[in-house]
Write a protein that binds this ligand. Structure first.
Ligand SMILES: Cc1ncc(COP(=O)(O)O)c(C=O)c1O
Length: 421
């Protein structure tokens, strides 16, 4: 992988034909260090967030040894980098052959489940192995998360005690655990504490001993309009929640962060193929790395990467991707210099999680180049850049603010208000 100091250096050297994932491995190492230093938990990186080989290699170099894998392909990927990484197959629904191959060919010992049928399947597919670690996934409320992850998976609170009991009985020499997912991009640290209290009640009702409490993923990143609380608040909430749980001193705490380890590490360099008024047609889109810009309407931060003068005036643009599908539209608003034109390159930031990972080959697009860059990410929760992305005010909004300022009440009430500022 070639390394450039700035994205502009790449554009100057050779304007790329395909979109380029601009990656910052150092930012992954810094995020990994935060988890290792601040959360008293074993870290299992959720590979699905960004299954790039450089991410796995960087995490292993940074001392992360655990990986949450969702498929045989992810298992093979991690194994191709490390023969001794700890793999946890945390997809609650797996094929029999995937379980068998994971166990016998790749040394996977940890499997999650959320029903009796999956428990039986895991036992059958591993020949009743006595060294399995079995983790029961519980559904919990997703308060304050952008994406809820309890709709499809997770045993309900009323059915959990009986599943916990049968899983405890099925575990022989391995460990028995319980996991949950508070939802992705969780903006409320208290959601972890609430989920742990809910899981604790199920453990008490089941009357079982639990070896592992796995708080899943959900740790946030920074996006326009979304500045999460300080990461230390998440660590504090989880430690408080763990202390209150009916578990013992030997119970292990695990976590499966995806987004928070990789989101700030990558941006995408896309080219403007055509401009029609405020619409920019790009060579990347919702079938590429901009899934969330379409489906969640996230207005990712943008920068013009042009060698030369640009208009000082910023304008709000919408993007269209390269496929022929009308869904391939990113409403934004994306703020860019008013004179942007065909052939310009745009860096779209904060796309390290669920960005390139979501790319498809629809319409023959979706292939990316990868290049490393040494500049800072557009925002950072780990001190590498500002914690928030500045919001651009439209002229209409500015006008509205001026009107509010001008219409401040006169007399004593107005003076009082003025003093308080
Ligand atoms: C089982 C499991 N663990 C961890 C994650 C990672 O979640 P996040 O990226 O929100 O940290 C996911 C995401 O879907 C998941 O399904």
């Amino acid at each position: 992988m070639r390394t450039y100091q700035f994205p502009l250096d790449l554009v100057r050297e050779r304007p790329p034909e395909r979109p380029v994932a601009l990656v910052r491995p150092r930012s992954v190492s810094v995020a990994a260090r935060w988890f290792q230093d601040n959360l008293k938990a074993d870290v299992f990186y959720a590979v699905k967030a960004n299954p790039s080989r450089w991410v796995i290699e960087t995490l292993i170099d940074a001392g992360v040894t655990g990986f949450d894998v969702a498929s045989l392909a992810e298992i093979e990927l991690v194994r191709s980098v490390s023969s001794d990484a700890r793999l946890a197959f945390m997809h609650p629904v797996k094929s029999r052959s995937a379980i068998t191959r994971a166990y016998f060919d790749h040394g996977v010992r940890t499997f999650s489940l959320d029903c009796e049928e999956e428990l039986q399947k895991i036992l059958d597919a591993t020949g009743g192995a006595d060294d399995l670690n079995l983790i029961v996934r519980m559904a919990v409320s997703a308060d304050g998360a952008a994406y809820t992850l309890s709709g499809k998976f997770g045993v309900s609170a009323d059915q959990a005690p009986s599943l916990l009991l049968s899983t405890r009985r099925a575990v022989k020499d391995g460990l028995m655990g319980v996991s949950f997912h508070v939802g992705s991009q969780c903006m409320r640290p208290s959601a972890y504490e609430a989920a742990m209290a809910q899981v604790g009640r199920a453990i008490t009702r089941a009357g079982v001993f639990v070896d592992i409490v796995d708080v899943g993923g959900g740790f946030p990143s920074v996006y326009p309009g979304m500045v999460p609380p300080d990461m230390s608040e998440y660590a504090d909430a989880i430690h408080r929640g763990f202390n209150e749980m009916p578990v013992s001193e030997t119970t292990e705490l695990w976590c499966e962060p995806g987004r928070a380890l990789v989101a700030e590490s990558s941006s995408v360099l896309a080219r403007v193929e055509l401009r029609k008024g405020d619409a920019l047609y790009l060579n990347d889109g919702s079938y590429g790395s901009l899934f969330d810009a379409t489906h969640s309407r996230w207005p990712f931060p943008t920068k013009l990467v042009r060698d030369g003068e640009r208009s000082a005036e910023l304008k709000a643009f919408q993007f269209y991707g390269p496929t022929c599908d009308s869904i391939d539209h990113m409403p934004g608003p994306f703020w860019l210099p008013a004179d942007i034109r065909e052939g310009d390159f745009i860096e779209i930031g904060m796309l390290g999680a669920y960005g390139v990972a979501m790319s498809t080959g629809f319409n023959g697009y979706g292939e990316h180049e990868v290049a490393a860059v040494e500049d800072a990410p557009m925002a950072s929760l780990y001190g590498l850049a500002p914690r928030s992305i500045p919001t651009v005010r439209t002229t209409a909004e500015e006008q509205a603010r001026k009107i509010v300022r001008l219409s401040r009440p006169k007399g004593k009430a107005g003076q009082r208000k003025q003093r308080r500022r």
